[in-house]
Ligand binder design. Structure first.
Ligand SMILES: [Zn+2]
Length: 256
């Protein structure tokens, strides 16, 4: 009796699969020939677990859901180094500015494609730490007053110089009104006539408390055991914002 096993592509599920020789350990390799599929070669069984299709995506998803490096390494039976490098590798997909909001430059040219504009923004800075509590790390971010969508974010200390970076990122939007708390950096760096301090108009960003802020807070608290590197801390939170707020495909295949 002969047994047949249907071989599907692990990414696109297509049956258009060709045999493609053997690997180093004499395990059969396959190749997906479906047009537009990003898979090159794959195997049905992987000796090295991190190569298993989907594992790297799950490693990243676990990180933005608050799992530490050790947890992830245990679950997937891959090394901590691999977990770290998988997350670090995603740094190159990150952007700091929401690509879905119209900028002044764009609104003159192609107004058809982008409907979202931002007239007023709420700004806030949020504290977390890397490694130990004395090593403070702040995320500064702006949300659109009308839609509560994150416009841009930066990481750094609670200093004017970091706020200026955020301000520069917001420049292209042509925002006419800024609502903030009474932290001095805002007063020193925003034109008086555009600036309003107070609780009344920062309700939207305060309400972020209920979703993104709590998520980030939980993230910084739970992943504290691995956020020894500022870089890792920034990447994980950046990935969360890019995915949830900017709609970026954080698993996109890297361009080489
Ligand atoms: Zn495929």
């Amino acid at each position: 009796m002969t047994c047949y096993v249907e071989v599907h592509c692990p990414i696109c599920d297509s049956l258009e699969v060709n045999k493609a020789g053997f690997n180093h350990y004499r395990v059969r390799r396959y190749r997906c020939v479906n047009d537009g599929c990003i898979t090159n070669y794959f195997m049905l069984e992987y000796r090295y677990k991190a190569y298993q299709p989907g594992v790297k995506q799950q490693v990243v998803e676990m990180a933005i859901n608050g799992s530490g490096i050790r947890d992830t390494s245990r679950v997937f039976k891959i090394s901590k180094t691999t977990v770290l490098s998988t997350i670090k590798n995603r740094e190159s997909v990150l952007i700091q500015v929401n690509p879905n909001i119209k900028t002044l430059e764009l609104s003159n040219e192609c107004s058809v494609h982008m409907e979202l504009t931002c007239d007023a923004a709420e700004l806030d800075e949020q504290w977390s730490f890397v490694g130990n509590k004395s090593n403070q790390r702040w995320i500064w971010y702006a949300v659109d007053h009308a839609t509560n969508t994150i416009l841009a974010y930066v990481f750094g200390r609670r200093k004017d110089i970091i706020f200026k970076q955020l301000k520069a990122l917001l420049e292209p939007f042509g925002i006419k009104r800024f609502y903030t708390d009474d932290w001095g950096a805002y007063e020193r760096n925003i034109d008086k006539e555009k600036h309003e301090v107070g609780k009344r108009n920062t309700q939207k960003i305060e309400r972020k408390n209920l979703n993104l802020r709590t998520w980030i807070k939980r993230l910084t608290r739970k992943t504290i055991c691995f956020s020894k590197l500022e870089k890792m801390h920034d990447i994980v939170i950046g990935l969360l914002i890019n995915k949830v707020e900017f709609g970026v495909d954080i698993h996109a295949k890297l361009q080489i």
